[in-house]
Design a protein around this ligand. Structure first.
Ligand code: NAD
Length: 256
């Protein structure tokens, strides 16, 4: 379905980003990977699906590096057809104790980076009259939790950015939507489980069950493969008129 298209997924060396990259590659899209850590293994896994893969290690908190990544993608593939803004970090602390440099980093990586990639990707999408911008928000883009002020502010912000961009592109073949996962068992959440287990003197499994019990009525994690499936749907012709939504995939979290 996506043969000949190019998808750039930020923060795709692990977790949700890698799963979305894989799902799009399975539909035939070439992939530009980004993120920290080992890039060779994810790149080889994408190439094994029969598409081209390139990697750029831009730090999403650095606008000049983001510009460089977008130029790199255009030089390798002509343009970015599908932009997935996924890179994100978390920090948990009360607002009065929140380290100001963590606030700045979360806003820069989880929100401002998407402004930069979007503004740089849109002109070529408009020219082609086709494009998909998929922002990985969160249940925390729709509702809040205590001790996550920066993350909640950034994720609410990206839902707002999604709606504005969707309106600006409404008469074109470019769509912009957000995906709002609940708990997904990735490195980002494993750290919160481990911290909770240590704090409360309980096992990791107990901490995991508490985490789900508090927020996610299905009591099951959303899987990265399910999120990959949603990104494929949003990239399909069936989603041509899906514009400006923040699509929850959260086991009922935000239905409460
Ligand atoms: P993860 O830690 O497994 O992956 C994060 C990715 O972002 C990694 O590839 C990492 O290298 C990259 N990254 C981090 N800082 C970066 C930077 N400065 N520049 C470039 N890349 C950077 O976490 P994940 O759970 O897969 O999270 C992916 C996205 O999903 C995030 O935006 C997160 O907020 C969102 N999300 C996660 C959950 C969850 O339960 N895991 C729920 C809702 C939303």
């Amino acid at each position: 379905m996506l043969k000949g298209k190019t998808a750039l997924v930020t923060g795709s060396t692990s977790g949700i980003g890698f799963a979305i990259a894989k799902a799009l590659a399975q539909q035939g899209a070439h992939i530009v990977l980004n993120g920290f850590g080992d890039a060779d293994t994810p790149k080889a896994q994408i190439e094994a699906l029969g598409v081209r893969a390139e990697y750029h290690g831009a730090d999403m908190s650095k606008p000049d590096q983001i510009e460089d990544m977008m130029k790199f993608a255009a030089s390798k593939f002509g343009r970015v057809d599908i932009l997935v803004n996924n890179a994100g970090i978390q920090h948990v602390a009360k607002v009065e104790d929140f380290p100001t440099e963590r606030w700045d980093a979360i806003l820069a990586i989880n929100l401002t980076s998407a402004f930069h990639t979007t503004r740089l990707a849109i002109p070529a999408m408009r020219e082609a009259n086709w494009g998909r911008i998929i922002n990985v928000a969160s249940a925390h883009g729709l509702v809040a939790s205590a001790q996550k002020s920066a993350y909640v502010a950034a994720k609410h912000g990206i839902v707002g950015l999604t709606k504005s961009v969707a309106l600006e592109t409404a008469t074109t073949g470019v769509t912009c939507n957000a995906i709002s996962p609940g708990w997904v068992l990735t490195a980002l959440v494993q750290k919160q489980i481990d911290d909770r287990a240590a704090r409360e003197g309980i096992s990791a499994l107990q901490a995991q069950n508490e985490l789900l019990g508090e927020k996610q009525p299905s009591l099951q994690f959303t899987t990265v493969e399910q999120l990959g499936g949603l990104a494929v749907f949003l990239s399909s012709p069936a989603a041509d008129q899906v514009r400006g939504v923040a699509w929850a995939m959260d086991g009922g979290w935000t239905a409460q």
